[in-house]
Write a new protein. Structure first.
Length: 112
């Protein structure tokens, strides 16, 4: 059910102009920022999605549960949140580059 909600919200957010994530490829993050983002996902995202990202209050964030979503869509959810759900917007704390790095790594299996 949550996946259908997310897909619907993505369609709405695209119509509202949140499609800037489809622009030019982002520059590589430095290793210190990657460590910071890994910690953020494991701690902050893990508090709702489970410390192993297998799900909790929020749905699972494992590659097999994200197979139907593009990285750009996941990044859009990260930045914009999910209105009416506990998923907050991270826009302001994370850049588009950060959100894309997280999204791509979630789809590939997030690092420890």
């Amino acid at each position: 059910m949550w996946l259908k909600t997310i897909i619907l919200l993505l369609l709405l957010s695209s119509a509202a102009g949140m499609s800037s994530l489809t622009g030019a490829p982002a520059n590589a993050l430095d290793s210190a920022r990657e460590r910071e983002l890994t910690h953020l996902v494991r701690q902050d995202c893990g508090s709702c999605h489970g410390m192993t990202l297998k799900g909790g209050l929020g749905g699972p964030l494992l590659p097999e549960s994200l197979v139907d979503l593009e990285s750009e869509s996941i990044a859009s959810i990260i930045l914009g949140g999910v209105p009416g759900k506990p998923m907050p917007p991270w826009e302001g704390q994370l850049s588009e580059e950060d959100a894309m790095w997280i999204a791509k790594n979630l789809k590939e299996g997030f690092p420890q």
